[in-house]
Design a protein around this ligand. Structure first.
Ligand code: SF4
Length: 85
């Protein structure tokens, strides 16, 4: 049986290669719904004053890839961006 390092799950087509991710948030679009912090709490938070998104990890580790994608897709304001190499 082949064992895959979870750190390499970012690229299932080539599990020997890690993929670098970058996330960014446009706080002017954020409406404080909190879906991002709920889905990827290691990567996103909300500020105390307005409840707007704060990116904790602009280059999150590969193990958060799926949570980050969910957060980006579920953001009702379209305030999040996700890129990977
Ligand atoms: S899910 Fe979108 S709208 Fe809600 S807090 Fe996060 S960035 Fe803001």
């Amino acid at each position: 049986m082949k064992t895959v390092d979870p750190a390499n799950l970012a690229n299932p087509a080539n599990p020997t290669r890690s993929v670098k991710m970058r996330v960014a948030a446009d706080r002017s679009k954020c409406m404080g719904a909190g879906m991002c912090a709920l889905n990827a709490p290691e990567v996103f938070d909300q500020d105390e004053e307005e409840g707007l998104v704060v990116v904790l990890e602009p280059e999150p580790p590969a193990e958060h890839r799926y949570a980050v994608r969910d957060a980006v897709n579920l953001c009702p304001a379209g305030a999040l961006r996700f890129e990977e190499d």
